[in-house]
Structures are given as C-alpha cells and as structure tokens.
Design a protein around this ligand. Structure first.
Ligand code: FUB
Length: 358
C-alpha cells in the first residue's frame, strides 16, 4: 500500500521559482525533469539502503523513516526513526519482500532515540546488524545486533561497540577481514571529537568543524574482532586527498566527506564513496588499501530530490548496482524511498556518474 504520493518538481527548480522571469529553453527542459528510477518500496518510507548479497539474494538494510512531530533542524532531529525492517529480492527487478521489523528501539538497552542508517555483515552463518543510535546522553554510538538469519530478528548487544562515536556505520569484508567504517558531520556529531575524544562544550552542527582552509573531517575505519561485536584495533582516519595529494579541505563542500561512507573493491582497488551533505553529491575516491589514502575521483550520483543523499554499491552475478534514496513518494525531507540503478565501472576504473533525474 502506498502511504502518500506528492510529486514535487526538481529541488533546484523549486528554489529558482521565487521571482517571475523569462523561462529559457534550458529551464523549460529542467522543468520537465522526471525520476529515472522507481521506488523499490512504497508501503513504508525507507532510506539509507545498505545492500548485500547473502544466500544468493540481495538483502537491503535501510532506515525506516516515519512521520514525526520533532521540528527540522541542522542536527537532523526530524529523522526520528524507531525500528528497522529488512528487505530482500531474488534478483534485480524481482519482487521486493518486506521481512518485517528486524530490531526495535525499545529492545536496545543503551539507546534513547534516532535509529539512523544501518548496515549488515555475514560471518560463519551469523548475521550482524550495525546501527547508530543516540545513547542516554544523546551522543551517537554504534551498536551491533546478532541473528541466525539475514532478515533477523536481531538481538542487540547490551552496550554500544566500545570505541565508536558518531554514526552511519558500514561493514566492509575484504577476504577474511571485516572492517567497520563510520562517521558523519553536523547531526552525525563527528565534529565534536578531537583525536577520537569528545570535546566538552561542543553542541551544535558546526561546533568543531575546521575552518575552510583546514583539512576536512574524514570518516573512520577499524578492523572488527573475530566475534564481529568489538573493534580489534584503534580506529584510523580514512584520508581523502585531492589531485595534488593534499587532504581535501573543510571548505571544499563539493568534495569533502559529510556522511554515508561506503567501501567496495573493484579490480584490486578500494573505492570509498560518501555523501558530501550540503552539496548533495555521492562522491568517490580510490585507494590501494582499505586504510587509504584515497584520491578523489568525481561523483557516483548527482543530487537527488531531497536534502540527504545516501547509498550503497553491490555486485550481483557480475553486475554492479547502486542503491540510493530520494523523496519521490512524499516530497518531504525525512520521508524517503529507496531505489536502485545499474552502476558502471569504466575501462579506466572510474565510475560513470548516475543522474537520478532526466
Ligand atoms: O537517515 C538519517 C540520516 O540521514 C543518515 O544517517 C544520513 O546518512 C542521512 O541519510
């Protein structure tokens, strides 16, 4: 069942419409923009899709967006999610099955609110759901919940994973090794930490953000322990460099890391893709090791309708797919719907940029 459908024009057009003016041919074409891909799920709102191939099927671990009375702010308070559903599809284009509630806020002993973007991993027949939530002090931490099945239900560990902070975890398997990658600025609180230590007094979305000419904040990575429920090492920064080998600067909003870090491996190289937040791209950088450094390459995905842009990249039977979200069904920032698109690695290793509108 579809909950609601409010088609809105493309965001840039909406912003441009405040003054009456002559409409150029280019603008006329933009006015006709339509969505290239269709929502995968319409009976509930879903976002931040992390996709994996488990047991020969595609499993999707998204956020479950809900209507909320919490007002919108730059800390993302209006993203007030309370549970997770897991979805599966036998192959691209097949029916998307909702496996129901896999984990609820009330069943996570340490969490107080905001179940944001999760991810999952499989090891030795057990499934691990990594998820961010605010603890009782209202600080984002990353938790883990365990199940015998990819669709759950998952049972949460009693405490968040020691050594984690901020949000948007993604799990990356490289052979026998598993890594947890995470972080996000503004509402993701990464800017409140120096050297992985919380700095007293930082409260808002920009407290602790470096000045524009300084190195941007970067995502973190740490190897997971054999148990998959702990970090096996001190987290390290994933350095994103520009074409001159210099760290991308905090003022470079089109290229700097904001949130939604995801790693995949292609032709022996490691691809770190991420959202640039307020400039709304999914950008990517390439490195020779999961620990980086990574060199910025360009965009995987152009801005979608809606403020947030969050994705995952997965291979299924030799083809690659991008999972992302937009707000086609609701027209509202915090009520999103997941989508998928084919993704192409070009001969030179670059990714062909996907435009979600035509
Ligand atoms: O869904 C809540 C937050 O919005 C995610 O954690 C971010 O990546 C953004 O998509």
């Amino acid at each position: 069942m579809r909950i609601s459908t409010y088609f809105q024009g493309f965001l840039l057009l909406a912003l441009a419409c405040s003054q009456p003016k002559e409409v150029t041919q280019t603008e006329e074409k933009e006015n006709e923009s339509t969505f290239v891909h269709s929502p995968l799920v319409e009976h509930i709102y879903t976002a931040d899709p992390s996709a994996h191939v488990f047991e020969g099927k595609i499993y999707i671990y998204p956020s479950h967006d809900v209507e909320s009375t919490v007002s919108e702010d730059d800390m993302g308070s209006h993203f007030d999610m309370k549970d997770y559903h897991v979805f599966s599809m036998d192959r691209p284009g097949a029916e998307v099955v909702d496996h129901g509630i896999a984990l609820k806020l009330e069943d996570i002993p340490w969490a107080s609110r905001q179940l944001w973007a999760p991810d999952a991993a499989e090891k030795n027949g057990k499934y691990y759901l990594y998820f961010p939530a605010k603890d009782k002090q209202d600080l984002f931490k990353i938790g883990v919940a365990v199940s015998d099945r990819p669709e759950g239900p998952f049972v949460a560990e009693p405490e968040p994973i020691a050594g984690t902070f901020s949000m948007d975890p993604s799990a990356f398997q490289n052979g026998e090794d598993y890594y947890l990658i995470w972080g996000g600025i503004w509402g993701g609180q990464l800017q409140w930490y120096d050297e992985q230590k919380l700095v007293e007094g930082r409260k808002g979305p920009t407290d602790g953000i470096p000045s524009p000419d300084q190195k941007a904040l970067m995502p973190y990575i740490a190897k997971l322990s054999d148990s998959m429920t702990e970090l096996a090492e001190q987290p390290r920064e994933l350095l994103i460099l520009d074409e001159n080998g210099e760290p991308v600067k905090a003022g470079d909003h089109d290229r700097r890391f904001f949130e939604a870090a995801w790693m995949h491996r292609y032709n022996g190289k490691y691809y770190l893709s991420y959202s640039t937040g307020d400039s709304h791209f999914i950008a990517y950088a390439i490195g020779d090791s999961p620990y980086g450094p990574f060199t910025y390459q360009g965009n995987v995905l152009e801005p979608v309708q809606g403020w947030t842009n969050h994705h995952s990249i997965v291979e299924f039977e030799g083809n690659w797919y991008l999972f992302y979200h937009d707000t086609e069904l609701s027209g509202k920032t915090q009520l999103r719907n997941i989508k998928m698109a084919e993704l192409t690695h070009l001969a030179d290793g670059k990714i062909e940029t996907i435009n979600p509108m035509k």
